[in-house]
Ligand binder design. Sequence first.
Ligand code: SF4
Ligand code: SF4
Length: 452
Amino acid sequence: MKRTFSIGGVHPHDSKISRGCAIEPLPLPPTVYLSVAQHIGAPAKPVVAPGDKVKVGQVVAEPGGFVSAFIHSSVSGTVKSVAPRKDLAGNEVMTIEIAVEGDEWMEGIDTSDTILTEIPDDNKAIIEKIRLGGVVGLGGATFPTHVKLSPPPGSKCGMVIINACECEPYLTSDFRTLLEKGEQVVIGAAILRQVMGNVPCTIGIEENKPEAIEHIKAVIEKLSKISPKYQGISVLSLKKRYPQGGEKQLIDAVMHRQVGSGALPISVGAVVQNVATALAVYDAVLKNKPIVDNSVTVTGECFPRQANLLVRVGTPLRFILDYLGGLPENAVKVISGGPMMGRAVSNLDAATLKGTGALLMLTEAQTRRKPASNCIRCGKCADACPMGLEPFLLNRLAKVDDLEALEANAVQDCIECGCCLYSCPANIPLLDNIRLAKGAVLRAIRARATKK
Ligand code: SF4
Ligand code: SF4
């Protein structure tokens, strides 16, 4: 029996129609827009002004706090403005606009295809390189990686898990990265396990990606012969089940340990990083390359051409879609991310962020919601919830705005996976209501903490 997580989960159709599309570089856009809020934590502080000339990899914004990250220019050109601009959701965010004039990189960044395998011994220097490279979790959370690699005193890491599940329908950029940059991902994983104290590292891949499983096993075998630093890394083939890529669900599947309510993975000895993050760690540590680009799946049945593109951070979405033939007339919704956890894009002039992993186009028929009826108390939403919550109850409490009861029933633990909505025969918009309630409860919790 293949391993998986123990509570809830659903089996949506794969729809990975771009899995055969190799990653191809997108041409440079005429302008990039670099948001200073591309990570969890304090926004970065711009250190460039209009008129400044910048090169690829040059710092354009510095961390605005301990939990924050550097932002680097993804192009060479001239800074046009540093001003608020609408992001994917339509919110105004401080943004650095750069007119693209070429592709001149900062000195010291190794842009060659040579794969470097010699991992330095100095872990402090490695973490500093990761910090300077602006590396953040690219699986969706965008938590600064150097902070995750520096657990609080008293915490001990027992295992690094590389999240290679890519369990959301349609998404294939991690899968392609495993196939095309598997060596760099494994080297990144070896760096991460060394930094955490030479602990074992497990790369969790779902069974629906057999080519990736075989390829990564072969890469590990090859690298293990080069250096003992590559021993201690293994691949675990996991049963296909959504949301296995959730941090807590993956830890449960791999280690059979449960991360408690409000607790961090390190509380059970785990550090989880995703495939693209492992690649970014390799780039930052061995190639001196900060995050200036990332792989983005562009997909949807209504879309003329499926693709996995290597996109410079800050590229306008409209430029990406135009390159592939333009937004189809019958596409009524563009989602940043997958259909389960992604967010609707309200502004195609917004630009990609470090964490943008997919653009999904959906038709009216694919987005049409059936009318909601009354709850029939079937309990399917609770059966599907991977966090052990009672979505029908949270929904009821959300409707009457009972924040105290919502918190007591752990609405703040909701990972917004959408399994409840997917399972509900009454078509109740559970996720929408619970997400709003969760936001209100988290604000109340933060306000309480500030008062203390
Ligand atoms: S969206 Fe939240 S409440 Fe619904 S199934 Fe996922 S974790 Fe549970
Ligand atoms: S799945 Fe829908 S109908 Fe069934 S208990 Fe949950 S909210 Fe009610």
